[in-house]
Ligand binder design. Structure first.
Ligand SMILES: [Zn+2]
Length: 194
């Protein structure tokens, strides 16, 4: 798991970025931290225990089959980033903005997307279990043909977001606001609604 070191800037409650004593905002060399993060995501090797928050990532394709484990990317913005085929394990993407990102056929376990905004994102064909999407805003995104066993979408706002041909066993949809959400060919009777 990433180091829970706080930023050295007085009064800052954000985690320090990997390789720095400061968070991105308080770093003297933001460009170097951003370049390092981009390099780490684009490299073919497994990425463990990496931390950067509030970074903005422009379009890129993360190598398929890459494993991202124990990492913290909270409060980041991902614009047209392709995560397809990536393995996400115990990582944090909470309060992020995902704009036109692809997540085809990802293998995602114990990973947190809580509070994030997903706009025109596509998770088709993915295995997403024991993961947390509570409090997300999902607009024109799709989770078709996913195994969502024990994942949590509670208190989310879901608009034009289909969950067709999915395994929804023990998937939590309590207190969601749903607009034009389809569960066709799925098993909504297995959903947790309270
Ligand atoms: Zn800071």
């Amino acid at each position: 798991m990433f180091a829970f070191r706080l930023c050295a800037h007085e009064g800052c409650n954000h985690y320090a970025s990997t390789g720095s004593n400061f968070c991105l905002r308080h770093s003297q060399d933001q460009a170097a931290l951003l370049a390092q993060a981009r390099r780490q995501l684009l490299g073919p090797e497994r990425l463990d225990d990496f931390c950067i928050t509030s970074a903005v990532f422009d379009p890129m394709q993360i190598p398929q089959k890459k494993t991202i484990a124990g990492c913290n990317f909270a409060w980041c913005t991902f614009h047209r980033v392709d995560f397809s085929g990536v393995h996400l394990i115990s990582s944090f993407f909470d309060f992020c903005m995902f704009d036109q990102c692809l997540f085809h056929d990802i293998d995602c376990r114990y990973t947190v997307f809580s509070g994030s905004k997903l706009v025109h994102c596509d998770f088709t064909g993915s295995f997403i279990v024991h993961s947390n999407f509570s409090g997300i805003d999902s607009l024109s995104s799709t989770f078709n043909s996913c195994d969502l066993y024990y994942s949590n979408f509670s208190s989310s706002f879901l608009k034009d977001t289909p969950f067709e041909d999915c395994n929804l066993k023990k998937t939590n949809f309590a207190f969601t606001d749903q607009r034009r959400v389809s569960f066709k060919y799925s098993n909504p009777e297995e959903i947790i609604r309270v």
